[in-house]
Design a protein around this ligand. Structure first.
Ligand SMILES: Cc1ncc(COP(=O)(O)O)c(C=O)c1O
Length: 415
């Protein structure tokens, strides 16, 4: 807040297509898709109209004990796209709620089967699942969550899923504690908030295999990677993996309105069936769960995915984006560039040879992103990793503008 108060904030008052427009009328390319969620750009007529049409019917009605039409239609549309075996949906309103729900479902699944001792979780170092207590417990990030560590529940952690070491460590944890373990949770293919860490081929599949071998559920947190981000509709598709529970958020509504979902397999759903007095009920609900306006936006977004063949387009454009980024690798302060689809992390370092990081007090990543605004681009770093997460519909010319802005400011970093 000290830094925030030191200068007037940039206030966004409008948007059009790929641009955000501030209170002074200045235009900026939305290079982080309004925190990784925008898909088709802003003020998309089809999505705007879908929301207006829904507004003329009902803005909100509860899903506690009632159903709503847009939520039903959206479920119908999503299920055929989801990995095989996922057939049930539990709506909520943010990525963190989607992961909290997955953890609670996993723990109660075992409880309902009479295996209440299986109530622990394994996460991966550098994993992030949101900022609520359960999500922080399994996705524990030193930089964000340190003050809350004492209030988090116990979890086990394998090393970052960037090498075989992580799978070996996971197997050891499961060998020792499998009988107490409810689920393993990971961000498939790319750990986003951890710094855009791309996983080697086979890792995701390896996690699925270990979960099966040791009788533990697998939770895939697709909040960041889902909805086309990595060049597949869902990241699990890269390795034909079907998790037991899958968390969706961010891009689900095209980045328009707060909406999230936790998908579950039939076997999990079945474990919750019983008479009210049997105590199998999943007592979890949020006021705006499955909000009809958000679901209407999500349906319109899926229509556009289909109409524009958007996932294939991302896969194609990502190759070009990779080419654009190539020259940045030789910059003095660029230590690494990691990319999968439309997820990019450009790591800035003090010394290229040794990969020595900058003194965090210099806040080099924040400074670079701040200067980039003068070039008409909004970016937001993760520490000294510059993140590019453009809306999936962004075309090559705009991507070029963003990459050129990063190149110019990264080249100008002083000693
Ligand atoms: C992988 C992952 N899970 C969960 C979340 C939390 O989502 P939300 O901010 O909507 O609560 C995020 C947010 O960045 C995320 O990247």
């Amino acid at each position: 807040m000290k830094q925030w108060l030191a200068e007037p904030p940039l206030i966004i008052t409008e948007a059009r297509g790929m641009h955000l427009i501030d209170s002074e009328g200045r235009r900026y390319l939305d290079g982080v898709a309004s925190l990784w969620c925008n898909v088709h750009g802003h003020r998309v007529p089809q999505i705007d109209q879908a929301i207006r049409r829904q507004l003329d019917r009902v803005a909100h009605s509860t899903m506690l004990g009632l159903a709503s039409e847009p939520a039903i239609v959206l479920a119908d549309r999503l299920m055929p796209l989801a990995p095989a075996g996922l057939s049930k949906i539990f709506y909520s309103d943010s990525g963190a709620t989607a992961t909290e729900i997955a953890f609670k479902l996993a723990a109660q699944y075992w409880h309902n089967l009479g295996r209440g001792e299986k109530n622990q979780f394994v996460g991966f170092a550098d994993g992030y699942h949101g900022d609520t207590v359960g999500a922080m417990s399994v996705g524990r990030m030193e930089a964000f969550h340190r003050p809350y560590f004492p209030m988090l529940f116990k979890a086990h952690f394998a090393p970052p899923p960037t090498s075989q070491t992580a799978l070996d460590a996971l197997e050891q944890i499961l060998q020792r504690h499998g009988g107490r373990m409810a689920a393993v949770c990971l961000e498939p293919i790319v750990q986003g908030a951890g710094g855009m860490l791309v996983q080697p081929p086979g890792l995701l599949w390896g996690v699925r295999k270990l979960c099966d071998e040791y009788g533990v559920l697998m939770i895939a947190d697709e909040v960041a990677v889902g909805f086309g981000r990595t060049g597949k509709m869902f990241a699990c598709e890269h390795e034909s993996v079907s998790p037991d529970l899958m968390c969706l958020g961010k891009g689900i509504s095209g980045g328009y309105l707060p909406l999230a979902a936790t998908l579950a397999s039939e076997r999990i759903f079945d474990a919750f069936l019983g008479e009210p007095w049997e105590g199998k009920t999943f007592f979890h609900g949020h006021t705006y769960t499955g909000n009809p306006l958000a679901c209407a936006a999500a349906i319109a977004s899926l229509d556009l995915f289909e109409k524009n063949h958007l996932v294939a387009a991302v896969a194609r454009k990502a190759v070009e984006l990779g080419r654009m980024l190539e020259p940045l690798r030789s910059l003095k302060h660029v230590g690494d560039i990691r990319q999968k689809g439309f997820m990019v992390g450009i790591e800035l370092v003090a010394d290229k040879q040794s990969r020595r990081a900058f003194d965090p007090r210099r806040r080099v990543g924040a400074e670079v992103c701040h200067k980039i605004r003068r070039r008409g681009v909004i970016l937001r770093p993760l520490g000294d990793v510059i993140v590019l997460m453009p809306p999936l519909a962004m075309e090559l010319d705009d991507l070029r503008t963003i990459v050129a802005a990063v190149e110019a400011e990264a080249s100008a970093i002083g000693e």
